[in-house]
Write a protein that binds this ligand. Structure first.
Ligand code: NAD
Length: 247
């Protein structure tokens, strides 16, 4: 099936997890995709699995210089962009009392500043009718333990989905947010000891009405819907969470 043949997409953090699953869905459906990330090895492996319709560009979304390089490469490779999935992010699970300035700043630099300037730098390349999808999290509407900084950053993105949609509407560009519930991608293990990650994950499964994690592919399908098919939807947040914020 080539539902997205002729379409161009950019996915930050597209080398792993939800971003990779989305890249795979889009490439399999005929799109050309540029993925970004910080690890060259991860990007190389992803690019190999995705094939020749994917290009990998290494860069840090918290660096405006790197975002300029990304925009230039995207212009060269794709020309225009029909779908921008602003997905790169890190967790910073930590009790409020032990949060440090360094972790706080890094979380906001990547999850909030990085997302904002990704949209700003790539906006000139967005085609009429393009869809931007910001990645929030169910944490942005829940009072979960050890997520105060991460959740606040994701709530900022929820707000930006509304204000950026207003600013980009005259250009025919829609901006929406995808709000994943727990998805087992390894993101937790990258920010906390294995034992703490296991505890955190067990709590997420226990509280979830579906008693399981979502898969990256389940999120990817919702991202593709928002990016391409939700042509009468802007400023919205689509929650894909097994019902944990709804039931
Ligand atoms: P992941 O760790 O597999 O993906 C995150 C990606 O972002 C990685 O490829 C990483 O290289 C990239 N990245 C991190 N910092 C970066 C930076 N400074 N510059 C460029 N790239 C950077 O984890 P994931 O679960 O697929 O996460 C994707 C998004 O989904 C994140 O924004 C995360 O907050 C959000 N999210 C995840 C879950 C979950 O349970 N997994 C739930 C809600 C929201």
């Amino acid at each position: 099936m080539n539902a997205y043949s002729g379409k161009n997409a950019v996915i930050t953090g597209g080398g792993s997890g939800i971003g990779f699953a989305t890249a795979k869905l889009l490439v399999d459906a005929g799109a050309r995709v540029v993925i970004t990330g910080r690890s060259q090895a991860t990007l190389d492996a992803a690019r190999q699995r995705l094939g020749t319709n994917a290009t990998a560009v290494r860069g840090d979304v918290s660096s405006l210089g790197d975002l300029d390089v990304l925009a230039a490469r995207v212009r060269d490779e794709l020309g225009t962009v029909d779908a921008l999935f602003v997905n790169a992010g890190i967790t910073s699970a930590m009790p409020f009392e032990s949060m440090t300035e360094e972790v706080y700043d890094q979380s906001f630099a990547i999850n909030v500043k990085g997302a904002f300037f990704t949209v700003q730098k790539l906006a000139p390349l967005l085609s009429t009718g393009a869809g931007v999808v910001l990645t929030t999290s169910v944490a942005n509407v829940m009072g979960m333990l050890e997520t105060s900084v991460y959740a606040a950053g994701k709530a900022a993105l929820r707000s930006m989905a509304r204000s950026l949609s207003r600013e980009l509407l005259p250009r025919g560009v829609r901006v929406n947010a995808i709000s994943p519930g727990p998805v087992d991608t390894g993101i937790l293990e990258s920010s906390m000891p294995q034992e703490a990650a296991e505890r955190f994950k067990a709590a997420r499964v226990a509280e979830n009405p579906m008693r399981r994690f979502g898969t990256p592919e389940e999120i990817a399908r919702a991202v593709a819907f928002l990016a391409f098919d939700a042509t009468y939807t802007t400023g919205a947040e689509l929650v894909v969470d097994g019902g944990v914020t709804q039931l």
